[in-house]
Design a protein around this ligand. Structure first.
Ligand SMILES: Cc1cc2nc3c(=O)[nH]c(=O)nc-3n(C[C@H](O)[C@H](O)[C@H](O)COP(=O)(O)OP(=O)(O)OC[C@H]3O[C@@H](n4cnc5c(N)ncnc54)[C@H](O)[C@@H]3O)c2cc1C
Length: 408
């Protein structure tokens, strides 16, 4: 490689950003990888498991984290976002802003700071369904594996308990935000996706019922390191459900919400339905769908679901969900195949909400659905779910292609 070439900047450290970074560094080029959260891994790290092989997120991610740690060509920053980009292909100037790092890199993750910390915060990793202390480790396979202090909830020097408890002198509560100026040759935007806000779909009653959750929340409910640790319990009364309904295209393919298909929700719900059957073989599952869109190896899930007598696929859009006094949920839908209006009473409803491209402060061209388009100033390359919805294996392929473009 040309040693005078400047590094490539990758914005976003989910599976696609991490893969792009590793691919570029392993052919000998310098990389700077930034992530706005205190940990890498993006949405995948929050999953219970992921298709097609249904392996835990540790599978693909841990090895990549090791490759990053071992590769001196990759410089990485967490809790960091871009503030400003100027310049052109081969010669961009970028200012990045890192929020105060109250816990330094010599943290051994002994956990004494969290033990003594008196303040609590909602745990964003579990979508606020659980709390952690203001001094916390994001999750067990967090990379970097170190504690973090939540600026908003920590009482800083007026408390100081964690500073006194830390044997390694790894806490500095006076730390300030840091601006770093970078010169880079090209920029890959790997900013990924967020879940569509289910509270906007008023007819599906998400905001008013505790027993209606979204597909991403389902992943955190059921995960072994999640809200219920491998159990699915209703929030209203902590009981295991005997009947669960999935509502596909919750807000998707709907002009009032997201006019497009998010490509992964059908496979995700089939994965979820099979997980419920594994945990609770007697629980009845109904999946209400408009069209079942699964492809490639995920078609195996469809066959498995069709063969399972406790899972029923109902072709019909759910128009309304009403909560009964006992917390059960009455779904009203039209069964397209029989032409009849049906009502179904479930104990938990999972809304398969779609993917929206992450909002950023980057001034980039976006398409009519707000995904980042390929038409940017030369040298800026969008990748994976920042440019359109796709699954992990397509994201990884897209990352390899972005790596080649960035090097060129
Ligand atoms: C319910 C559900 C279940 C799914 N299950 C599966 C499955 O089982 N198998 C499968 O193959 N696919 C699955 N998917 C799809 C999978 O989540 C995506 O393919 C994958 O997350 C794409 O990775 P990514 O890196 O593009 O984006 P993300 O995972 O979203 O990562 C983006 C990263 O960028 C960071 N970021 C965002 N903005 C900024 C910024 N301005 N500055 C710095 N950093 C930023 C984010 O914090 C995040 O870490 C599922 C999707 C859904 C909705």
């Amino acid at each position: 490689m040309n040693k005078t070439q400047k590094p490539v900047l990758i914005i976003g450290g989910g599976i696609s950003g991490v893969t792009t970074a590793v691919e570029i560094a392993e052919v000998g080029k310098e990389v700077i990888l930034i992530e706005k959260m205190p940990y890498f891994g993006g949405n995948v790290v929050k999953f219970n498991n992921y298709f097609p092989k249904l392996c835990p997120p540790t599978c693909g991610l841990e090895i990549n984290f090791r490759r990053i740690k071992q590769n001196p060509r990759i410089k990485y920053y967490t809790s960091t976002e871009v503030q400003e980009i100027s310049g052109e292909k081969g010669n961009f100037n970028v200012k990045i802003k890192t929020s105060p790092q109250y816990i330094k890199n010599n943290c051994t993750a002994c956990g004494k700071c969290a033990e003594i910390c008196p303040e609590e915060r909602p745990d964003e990793f579990n979508y606020g369904f659980t709390n952690t202390r203001a001094a916390y480790i994001p999750h067990e396979i967090a990379f970097p594996f170190k504690y973090h202090i939540d600026n908003e909830y920590c009482k800083k020097e007026s408390c100081n308990k964690c500073v006194d408890a830390c044997k390694y002198n790894a806490i500095d509560l006076s730390a300030k935000e840091k601006i770093t100026e970078l010169e880079v040759s090209s920029i890959v935007t790997a900013t990924g996706w967020e879940s569509y806000d289910a509270s906007k779909i008023e007819n599906l009653n998400y905001s008013d019922s505790k027993n209606i959750i979204t597909n991403v929340e389902f992943e955190r409910f059921i995960a072994s390191n999640g809200v219920n640790e491998n159990k699915l319990l209703r929030l209203s009364d902590n009981t295991e459900p005997k009947k669960v309904a999935f509502v596909q295209c919750a807000g998707s393919r709907d002009e009032n919400h997201l006019p497009y298909c998010s490509a992964v929700c059908c496979s995700a719900s089939l994965k979820h339905a099979l997980t419920i059957q594994e945990l609770y073989p007697k629980t009845e599952v109904k999946v209400f769908y408009i069209d079942m869109r699964v492809s490639g190896r995920n078609e195996d899930f469809l066959t498995e679901v069709q063969e399972n007598k406790n899972i029923e696929l109902v072709k019909g859009k759910v128009g309304k969900i009403i909560e009964a006094e006992n917390g059960n949920l009455i779904l009203e839908a039209e069964d397209i195949l029989s032409g009849k209006k049906i009502k179904y009473e479930a104990e938990i409803v999972v809304l398969a909400t779609g993917i929206v491209s992450s909002k950023t402060n980057l001034n980039l061209n976006r398409d009519q659905n707000q995904f980042i388009t390929d038409k940017q100033i030369e040298g800026i390359i969008p990748v994976a779910c920042s440019r359109k919805p796709m699954d992990v294996s397509s994201s990884v392929k897209d990352a390899t292609s972005a790596a080649v473009k960035a090097i060129q």
